[in-house]
Ligand binder design. Structure first.
Ligand SMILES: Nc1ncnc2c1ncn2[C@@H]1O[C@H](COP(=O)(O)OP(=O)(O)OP(=O)(O)O)[C@@H](O)[C@H]1O
Length: 729
């Protein structure tokens, strides 16, 4: 079938190919420009986007937030990040001119530094630290600090920061979120502001999305920091308090946003406990000194660079971080009810016994459904549960039966604590990795445990909580990096006061988008995907196929086996071989089927021969809930100006349609889609519309959470309680 010709179909099982490129405009890669030349170190207005509209004053969400308030005030009073300066579009140009001058100053150091030995570099670094500690402005130290970093990168990692990376680093120092294309080297760029901010000795944090990336990036960049005499700490979920304290004691600390948040909460709980003890001892005449041996692990919050900023600052912001407290006294009753609901949920029929609200995704029993609940046999323990609670248990269990599926949203694994006991481990929707230690809230996790017959983890009350928004607003200096911030720029600016700038690529992008294909059914889509793999594989180009879930990676693997195509599968069940699989994936004739694990942080290097025959081809088998995740997969090809191509496959069975339009509308749309004789572009647009609907729903969830948290904290403060700690002071 020709790539360029659009055609129409009425057969749902047949592939439909769109004649033009479809979808988000962000997907559309320009044809490589033959006249392209490396970006002028001087950014042009066209390449560096204006950071949108003026910054609105941050609504004083919570007054506790004395610290938050101060942090924001400090950020605003920083001359380089002065809020007022952002209010006029005309003020954008002076900033660019300033950044260009800074870059020239960085470059001016290069020859001198290159002629110096390692010891002299380190002495320079030490001298910078003294100057910073003595109160010299970091902006003044920036040119030498960035030049030192660049030289250390060149010597220790054989990577010299490109000019565009230095410019990105300057924007980060000034509190921006920089949008850098996938594969442009965010990891190396991060070293610049981290090093500069670390000079004042208050710690610089890099927050990323998972333990794996925190460790990988820290270890990768470690030689550079070591050359400059800067210590690096890494926080991992399994670390004990002592290990954490040591890591936070380092000049630069890599960790996940989640761990930073939990450490903040644990420290806060500890401080309160110590204060209480001290007060009690004073009251009992024992004197005011107490030393329980426990110490807080963090040493304040000074600068945080958020990697994958939209993922952390936006996606993760939907759920607050919560530390659980003591066991619930009605534990047995609750466990028994979860089991009872799991056993009975499959007896309930959609429409007859329950309905699903398209907008809110809430499951609600109908009158017949409720009477069915009342009629169900129950043990004494369940019977003592309130009727309304019983309805809720059943509704929740119906939801988990329908929406939470084994090998998609979760896997069952022997527990790390006790290998004889199985446990549910969430598969992170955005990274495809196992999210060890994370649990769904609102009883969903327990409901799934009951469904799968594994031990039900005792639901706990909560002792402390913080939202991602509150956490990051506590840092006086905040910046972020991402491959895909532009779509979230408004939200980021409004909540975090961080303007978004786009940094140009170092070499021209050469990634080519092939027209999307739409199918009637999932099976016909996967068969066509397998055929495309076969065709591209025959040319020798490596192929990477991204699937949305583990079970679909297994399905495709079977189809490829049938065609006799040798391939590797990378999913959360196969983590041990990840490094080997990724190292090989860019070789000639390699085929790799991967879940979103092959997203952010997967740097597939092409072998030399592959670049000549067209680079890697990426196949996206389904749209994800966030367009950003699709772009991350696409970003595995065409990195650093390499050649590459990608194609999006869609089918009317795809989850995104159901998720976006709701079950009832989806059925109607499906019928229309099957019978459509209209434009294929319109069909594909329907999928992207569904994706935007899901994104908008998530946005609303975050706004509701923020509003709710704001009210909650106001109330806590009114009654004189710490807004982050839930049990009474
Ligand atoms: N200045 C440089 N000189 C040489 N190689 C570089 C430079 N900067 C980045 N690279 C290379 O570019 C590749 C991509 O880097 P990195 O993984 O940090 O990109 P990224 O922007 O984080 O991508 P993604 O968002 O897809 O994870 C790596 O192989 C890295 O070695």
């Amino acid at each position: 079938m020709s790539e360029s010709s659009a055609r129409e179909t009425t057969n749902p099982n047949e592939s439909v190919e769109s004649g033009t490129q479809v979808g988000d405009s962000a997907y559309q890669q320009p044809e490589p420009d033959p006249n392209w030349s490396p970006p002028d170190p001087v950014l042009s207005e066209a390449t560096l986007l204006d950071p949108l509209a003026p910054n609105e004053p941050l609504e004083e969400a919570d007054a506790d937030a004395a610290a938050t308030k101060q942090a924001v005030a400090r950020r605003s009073s920083d001359p380089s990040a002065n809020k007022k300066k952002w209010t006029k579009a005309s003020n954008w140009r002076p900033r660019m001119v300033r950044w260009q001058r800074q870059l020239a100053r960085v470059n001016a150091f290069e020859d001198t530094l290159q002629s110096e030995d390692d010891v002299t570099l380190r002495k320079r670094s030490l001298a910078l630290r003294y100057r910073a500690m003595a109160g010299e402005k970091l902006g003044e130290l920036l040119p030498e600090a960035y030049a030192l970093c660049r030289e250390a990168g060149r010597r220790s990692l054989s990577m010299r920061h490109y000019d565009v990376q230095i410019l990105g680093g300057i924007a980060l120092f000034e509190g921006h979120i920089t949008e850098m294309q996938t594969g442009e080297g965010k990891t190396l760029t991060a070293t610049l502001p981290l090093y500069l901010h670390s000079l004042v000795g208050k710690g610089a944090h890099l927050a990323t999305v998972n333990d794996y990336l925190a460790k990988r990036d820290a270890e990768w960049m470690m030689p550079l920091f070591e050359m400059l005499g800067v210590s690096v700490g890494i926080i991992q979920t399994e670390d004990d308090q002592g290990g954490r304290r040591k890591s936070y004691g380092a000049a630069i600390t890599y960790g996940t946003a989640k761990e930073f948040g939990f450490d903040f909460l644990r420290d806060r709980l500890l401080l309160r406990a110590q204060n209480r003890m001290q007060t009690e001892m004073l009251g009992s005449g024992e004197g005011g000194f107490s030393d329980s041996g426990d110490q807080v692990v963090m040493r304040g919050m000074h600068f945080c660079l958020v990697d994958e900023a939209d993922s952390i600052l936006i996606d993760e912001a939907r759920t607050p971080l919560i530390i659980g407290s003591i066991e619930d006294t009605v534990r047995d009753q609750i466990i028994e009810t979860y089991k009872w609901a799991a056993d009975n949920a499959p007896l309930f029929e959609i429409d007859e016994h329950f309905e699903i609200d398209d907008e809110t995704k809430r499951y609600e029993l109908t009158a017949r459904g409720r009477s069915k609940v009342r009629a169900l046999p129950k043990s004494d323990l369940v019977r003592t549960m309130g009727l309304v609670d019983m309805y809720e248990y059943i509704e929740r269990s119906i939801k988990t039966h329908r929406e939470f599926l084994l090998d998609r949203q979760y896997v069952i694994r022997p527990s790390e604590k006790d290998p004889n006991v199985d446990e549910i481990v969430i598969v992170d929707e955005f990274t495809g990795r196992l999210a060890e230690g994370r649990k769904w809230r609102d009883g969903i996790h327990q409901s799934i445990e009951a469904k799968e017959g594994v031990e039900i983890s005792v639901p706990t009350g909560q002792a402390a909580r913080i939202t991602v928004q509150d956490l990051f607003l506590r840092y006086p200096h905040l910046a972020g990096m991402t491959g895909t911030a532009a779509t979230s720029a408004g939200e980021l600016r409004k909540i975090y006061r961080t303007p978004v700038v786009r940094v140009p690529t170092n070499r021209p992008p050469q990634r080519v988008q092939l027209p999307s294909r739409v199918f009637g059914t999932l099976n016909s889509k996967f068969e066509a995907i397998a055929k495309e793999v076969e065709e591209i594989h025959a040319t020798g180009r490596p192929v990477l196929v991204g699937t949305r879930s583990i079970d679909k990676s297994v399905l495709l693997s079977k189809l490829l086996d049938d065609l006799g195509i040798e391939h590797e599968v990378l999913n959360a069940n196969n983590v041990e071989r990840e490094a080997d699989i990724v190292a090989d994936a860019g070789g000639q004739g390699k085929v790799t089927v991967a879940t979103n694990m092959a997203g952010r942080g997967t740097d597939i290097k092409l072998s030399n021969d592959v670049e000549q025959i067209g680079g890697m081809h990426v196949i996206c088998t389904e749209l994800h809930d966030a367009a950003r995740i699709d772009r991350q997969l696409i970003g595995r090809c065409g990195r650093q100006g390499d050649r590459g191509s990608y194609r999006q496959y869609l089918s009317l069975d795809d989850d995104i349609l159901k998720g976006g339009y709701g079950a009832i509308k989806y059925e109607k749309l499906k019928k229309r889609g099957e019978a459509t004789s209209g434009s294929v572009d319109r069909l594909a647009a329907m999928f992207h519309k569904a994706q935007r609907k899901v994104e908008r729903r998530h946005f609303r969830d975050r706004m509701v959470l923020m509003h709710h948290e704001k009210e909650r904290k106001k109330m806590q403060r009114e009654i004189g309680q710490d807004p982050y700690l839930d049990t009474p002071d």
